[in-house]
Every structure is written in structure tokens, then in C-alpha cells.
Design a protein around this ligand. Structure first.
Ligand SMILES: Nc1nc2c(c(=O)[nH]1)N[C@H]1C(S)=C(S)[C@@H](COP(=O)(O)O)O[C@H]1N2
Ligand SMILES: [Mo]
Length: 259
């Protein structure tokens, strides 16, 4: 279940609150289930809290969404691979998307760039681009799915993230890996997804250095997760047991964000 909150939402009242709550629930099959249970009373029962105003609707939906994170975590199969595609199926041009427009893309300087790695890791040294490029690389052609209603097939290359985590001596019993980006974007993922064989710390797109619009110098690419979970322009990576949230997640997008 994906619960979305429009960032442009303005104040709403009365019955509109329930309507709005329903509108924020995307997947049709889940919607059916929720239409049966999602009355104010139903939500109260589901979450064990009194629902009296639009803030508590929001809180209740968040609780349902966090519960859904747990279920997605239980259902996630670390060996199940997302589909990959022949290069002939790559979408050209591949779409750009960010919380800002294409003319505001962040320019990151390659020479002064350092990837910070902190939290529950043994080796906290900051990585240059050359050091990252010197690690064993792999590539894959997979489908990127954005909740805004588009999907596209692309080819990304880079370092298997599980190799990188092993290399920095990450404590893989930690719950989360968080990402801070060079724009104001941030997100975080569950450890099983971080260790999934198709989760790549990518440095290239379609065989060439990752261009700024696709997240230079680096995008974490996970074909098992929706677009907003795939951070571009990664500046810092941290391993933690403290829930880090995310840019869209903190505004109501489902945190697990499986695709
Ligand atoms: N740093 C950063 N990463 C980001 C975003 C962003 O705004 N900033 N947007 C996310 C969303 S919603 C999508 S769909 C994809 C878009 O990636 P693309 O431009 O390569 O298609 O990047 C994700 N990662
Ligand atoms: Mo997206």
C-alpha cells in the first residue's frame, strides 16, 4: 500500500478529510481493502488512537503506512531478483525527475568530491571518485518506477552495494542505511535491501559517467524499490539503528517503497 501526501495540499475540513485520506491511497487492490476499513472509526480501531481532526487522520495514515513497512519488510525476499531487460529496450531519452526543475540540477565538482561514510562502520574514511571507480564494477538494465505514474528502463553501472558495505566494515545487523544528497534530498533503506544483489552504488549511466541530471557523481540504484527511494548526488552514507526517514517519506510517502 502506498500512501501519498500531496506536498501542495492545503487545509481541508469535515467529510473532505475522509475523502482526502482515501485519495491518498494509491494501489487499487489496497484501496478496496481500505475503503471497507477506512472510516474514521475504522482507522481508530486500526491504529488505536482517537481521530478527531485532519492531523489525526494524517497520524493514523502514517501509522498504517509504518505498519505496511513492517509487512513489506517481512515479505521481502533477499534472493528474489527484479526483472532485467535487453539493452534494446532502454528508454531513450531516459526521463529526468527531481523535486526541482531540470534547470536547477546540482553541479557537483568531481575533483573535490568526497563520499562520507559514517555511523556503524569500521572504516570512516571519505572516498574520492577515483577510489570508488577502482572498485570492481558491474552493470544492469532494469526498470525504474516512479510513483508519479511513469516508468522507464535504463542501464546503470557501478559497485555492488553489499561489496561496498563489506569493504567499509558496515555492521550489517543495523536496521537502516541513510543517504544525504548534495541537493536537500535524503532517504534511507532497510538493511536487507541494502544487501540485495541488484542494489548498486552506480557511477555510470548507459556506459558513460553518470551525467548531472541522473545524479552525478552517484546514484543508489535499486530495481526492487520505487524511484524516490533511489538517491542521486549522494554525499554521505550512514549506517544506523535510528530511523532516518526521507524527503518524500517524511511528507507521507510509504517508507519501504517496494516496487
Ligand atoms: N538527490 C535526489 N535524488 C532523487 C530525487 C531528487 O529530487 N533528488 N528524486 C527521486 C525521484 S522521485 C525519482 S523518480 C528519481 C528520478 O531519477 P532520474 O532523474 O534518473 O530519472 O530520483 C530520485 N532521487
Ligand atoms: Mo519519483
Amino acid at each position: 500500500m502506498i500512501i501519498r501526501k500531496s506536498p501542495r495540499l492545503v487545509a481541508i475540513d469535515g467529510d473532505a478529510v475522509v475523502k482526502e485520506a482515501l485519495r491518498r491511497i494509491e494501489l487499487p487492490t489496497r484501496r478496496k481493502f481500505l475503503q471497507r476499513s477506512l472510516t474514521l472509526g475504522g482507522l481508530s480501531l486500526l491504529t488505536g488512537c482517537a481521530i478527531v481532526d485532519e492531523d489525526s487522520v494524517e497520524n493514523a495514515l502514517m501509522k498504517v503506512s509504518r505498519f505496511n513497512d513492517k509487512v513489506q519488510g517481512w515479505l521481502f525476499d533477499p534472493r528474489q531478483l527484479a526483472p532485467s531487460y535487453p539493452e534494446s529496450m532502454i528508454t531513450r531519452p531516459f526521463p529526468f525527475n527531481a523535486y526541482y526543475r531540470e534547470d536547477e540540477i546540482r553541479q557537483v565538482d568531481a575533483d573535490s568530491y568526497r563520499l562520507e561514510v559514517t555511523g556503524m562502520v569500521a572504516d570512516k574514511h571519505a572516498w574520492t571518485l577515483a577510489e570508488l571507480q577502482a572498485l570492481p564494477q558491474t552493470d544492469q538494465v532494469t526498470r525504474h518506477i516512479c510513483v508519479e505514474g511513469w516508468s522507464a528502463i535504463g542501464k546503470w553501472g557501478g559497485v555492488r552495494f553489499s561489496d561496498f558495505l563489506a569493504r567499509v566494515g558496515a555492521d550489517t545487523s543495523a536496521k537502516y542505511v541513510g543517504f544525504q544528497c548534495s541537493d536537500d534530498y535524503y532517504t534511507s533503506i532497510d538493511m536487507p535491501t541494502a544487501l540485495h544483489p541488484q542494489t548498486l552504488l552506480t557511477l555510470t549511466y548507459d556506459g558513460a559517467q553518470l551525467p548531472p541530471k541522473y545524479g552525478f557523481p552517484m546514484k543508489l540504484r535499486m530495481p526492487t524499490k520505487l524511484g524516490y527511494k533511489n538517491p542521486k548526488h549522494i554525499q554521505a552514507i550512514f549506517v544506523t539503528n535510528t530511523y532516518p526517514g526521507g524527503y518524500w517519506e517524511d511528507q507521507g510517502y510509504n517508507w519501504f517503497g517496494g516496487s
